[in-house]
Design a protein. Structure first.
Length: 214
């Protein structure tokens, strides 16, 4: 199965992707995580991406499409995957269509996670992520057992540099302008399904399970 998650920053794409990959036994492919790992490792791609990410801007489409061409060719993608944070523009969606054609695959479902903007700043400014295993926490809604440490691997938790109120607003503006048109794009292809993402993590998880029918 090939799925993708569309939704504004902080709606819970990463959180819910972790549940889906366990249920379906397919990899999660998060462009944000891939870029952050390149930034940490100081690669050429990471250095270029950092300039955009720290300002809350989108990394150029061609950079993302080159990265995805390579990732989607990996062996673990043979039986499907869930895309988290990609595509984010119509240009990227068309690039994904081309890649899938080339690999003779089809996109099964685009899950559109919907939430009111007013809930986003709260979710993101209290998010903490693990440095090593990328597990996501929330100080208000899903805190770690010991303060500042990951429950899974024990490493330190950090606040992302793009989770400041000013950058969050910029990311939201870009979502409305560049990414929201994808909702119509996938609705027109009859593979878009809306998910109410305003409730608790568990409630949203159940909404997704119902939508995917797993
Ligand atoms: P990326 O990492 O993809 O960030 P994003 O899309 O802005 O999404 P987030 O990771 O911030 O949020 P999320 O929806 O995954 O929410 P989460 O589950 O963590 O991208 C970062 C940057 O990389 C971009 O700005 C851009 O520069 C670049 N980039 C990435 N992909 C790109 C692309 N394709 N093209 C160009 N540039 C690209 O949840 C958030 C918090 O809320 C957590 O604390 C969580 O615990 C909590 N939470 C989750 N669900 C709930 C709930 N139901 N109730 C209460 N709290 C909840």
């Amino acid at each position: 199965m090939i799925l993708l998650l569309i939704g504004p920053p902080g709606v819970g794409k990463g959180t819910q992707a972790k549940f889906i990959i366990e249920k379906l036994n397919i990899p999660q492919i998060s462009t944000g995580d891939m870029l952050r790992s390149n930034v940490r490792e100081g690669t050429e791609l990471g250095t270029k991406a950092q300039e955009y990410m720290s300002l809350g801007k989108l990394v150029p489409d061609q950079v993302i499409l080159n990265m995805m061409r390579s990732r989607l060719s990996d062996k673990d993608c043979l039986n499907g995957y869930i895309l988290d944070g990609f595509p984010r523009t119509i240009n990227q969606a068309e690039g994904l269509d081309d890649l899938l054609n080339e690999f003779e695959k089809n996109l099964d479902l685009a899950l559109i996670m919907e939430i009111d903007d007013s809930l986003i700043i709260n979710r993101l400014s209290s998010r903490r992520s693990c440095k090593s295993c990328s597990k996501i926490y929330n100080l208000l809604f899903d805190p770690p057992t010991s303060q500042g440490k990951c429950n899974v691997c024990g490493d330190d938790l950090f606040l992302r540099e793009d989770d400041t109120p000013q950058t969050i607003q910029k990311r939201l503006d870009i979502y409305h302008k560049e990414t929201k048109p994808l909702i119509q794009y996938y609705t027109d292809k009859n593979i878009g399904k809306s998910i109410d993402a305003q409730g608790s993590i568990e409630e949203v998880k159940n909404n997704i399970i119902d939508a995917i029918n797993i």
